[in-house]
Design a protein around this ligand. Structure first.
Ligand code: ATP
Ligand code: MG
Length: 429
């Protein structure tokens, strides 16, 4: 084979969602939309490409994302652009640009692909999908509780709530973190021989992230480190207390994880993750927190924001693993046509069916074929019924209806009677 005729493959870590998988995606996406609508959240659609500067300024230079995971390239005019690695920055950029944050409150969501150059493995891809939920303009802990309840409701709807643990922490204010940071650096310096290479680097740039280490050898060291909870001021403490009181009142279970710091720098006060141990190392399905400070960092006025991002692939793996969702079939009726007059009549009848029963999923056999081969395709389609139009039916302007999954006699019916039959027989899904 000539070299240039070799098949081209997808980029490593970037996956196709094949037709057999899309019904599950659609089911989960619809469940998400239903829950978001029950809380009156609105969708926002954002560009996939943003100026590189946006991510550098928001996510922070010394984070995994900006240091090594971004897909950055020069536009033809020399501007540095980046495929979005996450949605928070772009959402805030859009809201600032369109003046949506001026004395207003917003509850927003978006769903789409994100890009990070990471080592591909189960639950970690280079193109992956996130649902992002962002709220603006609300300072109180009640909105923190609301977005947690929204997540909890979604897990219930999808039948996976038993396997997700809510972990909660408070990161306090910038000032409180600064005091804590010094204590933490002091502690780690006293045990410097136990730090791995990554942690040594973070010790100067971003020591809180050492707490986020995935290195088991450092587990004990991290567990014995000072806790940020002990450095919170009154306001941060009471915010956290109000949140946990609400969750208690609503029966939402959570675990306090004082080592939860999140990968990104812009969080303060409430942070949380929903974690499962069903998916191996990539166990965080959903992560979020309050990021009031980011708004000023991106040129806005002092304001309030809290949100979360949910990894769709991890969510889908969990749903597939745990929940017995039966995804709607894609074909209700398969139409078999043999002969040129039958082909014409069939098309006319098919359009009448679609006029009269819009939700019915009707697949018309195209590309001819014998009765036998068309029946095979009908069977494979999963449809419970076949409509058959042969020479006789075409001549008499009627159709035969056959049960494909049940022992029942075949019937020959007028167009009107056949439409009535389909209307009553098929629980249109
Ligand atoms: P991790 O610690 O697993 O790298 P993260 O802190 O980088 O996660 P966030 O930026 O908080 O992740 O993104 C929110 C969610 O998006 C994650 O909890 C996860 O479910 C999902 N996610 C993040 N990166 C990837 C990826 N490369 N592939 C698939 N899903 C991802
Ligand atoms: Mg990451």
């Amino acid at each position: 084979m000539a070299k240039n005729s070799q098949a081209i493959q997808a980029v490593r870590g970037m996956h196709d969602v094949l037709p057999e998988q899309t019904p599950l995606w659609q089911y989960v996406e619809q469940s998400i939309r239903d829950v978001l609508s029950a809380y009156s959240y609105k969708e926002i659609r954002l560009p996939i490409v943003e100026k590189t500067e946006l991510f550098k300024r928001s996510i922070g230079e010394v984070t995994d994302i900006v240091e090594k995971e971004m897909y950055t390239f020069d536009d033809r005019n020399g501007d540095s652009l980046t495929l979005r690695p996450e949605g928070t920055a772009g959402c805030l950029r859009a809201c600032l640009e369109h003046g949506l944050l001026h004395n207003q409150i917003h509850r927003l969501w978006y769903l789409g692909p994100m890009f990070r150059h990471e080592r591909p493995q189960k639950g970690r891809y280079r193109q992956f999908y996130q649902l992002g939920v962002e709220t603006y303009g609300m300072a109180g802990a009640d909105i923190d509780a609301e977005i947690i309840l929204l997540g909890e409701r979604l897990w219930h709807k999808l039948g996976i709530h038993d396997k997700l643990e809510l972990q909660l922490n408070s990161l306090g204010t910038t000032e409180e973190r600064a005091v804590y940071r010094d204590k933490l650096v002091e502690y780690f310096k006293a045990h410097i021989e136990q730090l791995d290479e990554d942690s040594l680097r973070r010790l100067e740039s971003n020591p809180l992230r050492i707490l986020d280490t995935k290195n088991p050898a450092m587990k004990a060291l991290v567990e014995n480190a000072p806790s940020l909870m002990d450095y919170l001021g009154e306001d941060s403490k009471s915010h956290f207390q109000t949140l946990t009181d609400s969750l208690d009142a609503l029966g939402v279970k959570y675990r306090l994880n004082t080592r939860l710091v999140r990968g990104l720098d812009y969080y303060g006060k409430t942070v949380f993750e929903w974690v499962t141990d069903e998916l191996g190392a990539q166990g965080t399905v959903c992560a979020g927190g309050r990021y009031d400070g980011l708004i000023e960092q991106l040129g806005g006025k002092n304001n309030h924001a809290i949100g979360f991002a949910l990894g769709m692939e991890r969510l889908l793996s969990l749903v597939e693993l745990l929940s017995d969702v039966s995804v709607a079939r894609t074909v209700d009726v398969y139409m078999i046509r043999v002969g040129s007059e039958a082909e014409k009549q069939g098309l006319i009848f098919a359009e009448q069916v679609r006029d009269q029963i819009p939700p019915l999923k009707l697949q018309v056999n195209c590309n001819a074929g014998s009765f036998k081969s068309q029946f095979k395709k009908a069977d494979k389609s999963g449809a419970p019924f076949a409509i058959i139009i042969g020479e006789d039916e075409a001549e008499n302007k009627n159709v035969s209806v056959k049960f494909l999954r049940e022992q029942q006699p075949q019937q020959t019916l007028s167009y009107t009677a056949a439409i009535e039959f389909l209307q009553t027989q098929i629980g249109v899904q």
